[in-house]
Design a protein around this ligand. Structure first.
Ligand SMILES: Cc1ncc(COP(=O)(O)O)c(C=O)c1O
Length: 413
């Protein structure tokens, strides 16, 4: 099967790729690596507005990737941008924080039930790593249990590759299977009294695989495992945060973590992350060394205050869940009408589409290429992200594009 070529002109993109080959090792890194995309997929971007994005060659798409999660209100939301430019006109990176630091800390502690304090940083990986450090300081133990295959960032303990990683970098990390308490017990037995923490995402959302919602008994089982062993429960909300709830995602199960990690959607695209923790571990959080040159910058905090206020006032979480549901219901119907077996998984605000028997995502790439040729940008092997900027009209235009993408796929499978 040959994935359909991207049909838009992409001369600038091609030229930039050639230049990048020279100055970037491997030409590209991260999600934009070409092997994850279809031939001719745009790699360089020019601008975005609301739910739309334009590639460097000027082609417009409805954006269902939202910059891999951060743009929960879409590109350049006027209220967020207004807060940003007002703060930009005063101070961003200063000698210390502004009052926004305190205001945002108060807001997060107010929104998230388990949280009594917060530490701000920049990337998700900063706060997942800091969560481990705080847990180790609080317990005096070293081992951290991680669900196999889960991404917690690119820092050494969590790196998805082995190149450049010394054995000691992961010496105190061991792995269990998501939604499988027996595998947790089995791995725990090898570490006796040394387990400092269990870190887990609220939903299993590994790239390239169907998503798996946490079973309530798994969430409760992790909580009681931690209570019994004295380990801390860390919920990594970097991807799910503010997409399922304005509280931590397992509060609806009645399961509260000791620490939670937030980033991506917190500031509508401005660089910010936050570690939140419960009262019982405040002293450990005080004791650990923490800091980074840009961690207290005020502009992302202004963006976060505006982003969270908007989500609260406009019932943004309900809106993205609802829009995502409409979109995925339409996609399921189209797949059935084309007799193409698909699976739709994950929360509707961050859905994933996969195709039965799809070796190397070949079908998904053909389908995504067909959608892109009709003005819809999705990734073939990663979950998508819905924003509050996605209108009902966008949903129906997106469904026109996905309908055409199924036609293309029918023609080649
Ligand atoms: C669940 C989760 N944790 C941590 C991270 C790392 O975040 P960052 O890339 O901002 O370091 C990611 C990034 O995708 C993530 O999805």
């Amino acid at each position: 099967m040959t994935p359909e070529l991207h049909t838009h002109p992409n001369e600038r993109d091609k030229a930039l790729r050639r230049r990048a080959e020279r100055v970037v090792p491997g030409g590209m890194y991260g999600h934009s690596v070409q092997k994850f995309l279809w031939p001719g997929a745009p790699q360089f971007w020019d601008r975005g507005l609301g739910s739309h994005v334009w590639d460097v060659d000027g082609t417009e798409y409805i954006d269902l990737m939202c910059s891999w999660g951060p743009l929960i209100h879409g590109h350049r939301h006027p209220i967020v941008e207004d807060a940003v430019s007002r703060q930009m006109g005063k101070l961003d990176t200063g000698n210390g924080p502004t009052e926004l630091f305190v205001e945002l800390g108060e807001l997060l502690v107010d929104l998230v039930t388990h949280a009594a304090w917060t530490i701000f940083a920049k990337n998700g990986g900063d706060v997942t790593t800091l969560a481990l450090t705080v847990a180790r300081a609080a317990t005096g133990r070293s081992t951290v249990l991680v669900a196999e295959g889960t991404y917690h960032g690119s820092l050494l303990w969590a790196s998805a590759r082995d190149a450049g990683i010394a054995p000691g970098d992961r010496a105190h990390v061991d792995y269990f299977r998501y939604n499988d308490l027996e595998s947790l017990q089995a791995v725990a037995s090898a570490h006796a009294d040394d387990i400092a923490a269990v870190i887990v995402t609220p939903v299993r959302h590994e790239a390239g695989d169907d998503q798996e919602l946490a079973l309530p008994e798994f969430a409760h089982g992790l909580r009681s495992f931690c209570d019994t062993t004295g380990a801390l429960l860390i919920l990594d909300e970097v991807r799910t945060g503010f997409r399922l709830s304005l509280d931590s995602s397992w509060t609806s199960f009645g399961v509260l973590p000791d620490l939670s990690c937030w980033s991506k959607a917190i500031a509508n695209g401005y660089p910010l992350s936050a570690l939140l923790g419960s009262e019982a571990i405040r002293d450990a959080a005080r004791a650990v060394f923490k800091g980074g040159t840009f961690w207290m910058s005020a502009v992302p905090m202004a963006a976060a205050l505006a982003t969270l206020a908007l989500l609260r006032e406009e019932r943004g979480v309900e809106q993205i869940l609802d829009r995502g549901q409409q979109l995925m219901t339409g996609i399921r119907r189209q797949a059935a009408a084309h007799q193409i077996p698909v699976r739709v998984s994950g929360p509707p605000s961050m859905p994933y589409l996969s195709f039965d028997g799809d070796v190397g995502w070949a079908k998904a790439k053909t389908w995504a290429a067909g959608a892109a040729a009709r003005g819809l940008y999705v990734n073939p092997s990663h979950n998508w992200f819905i924003s509050t900027a996605l209108t009902l009209e966008d949903v129906s235009r997106a469904l026109e594009a996905t309908g055409g993408a199924f036609d293309d796929l029918s023609a080649v499978v």
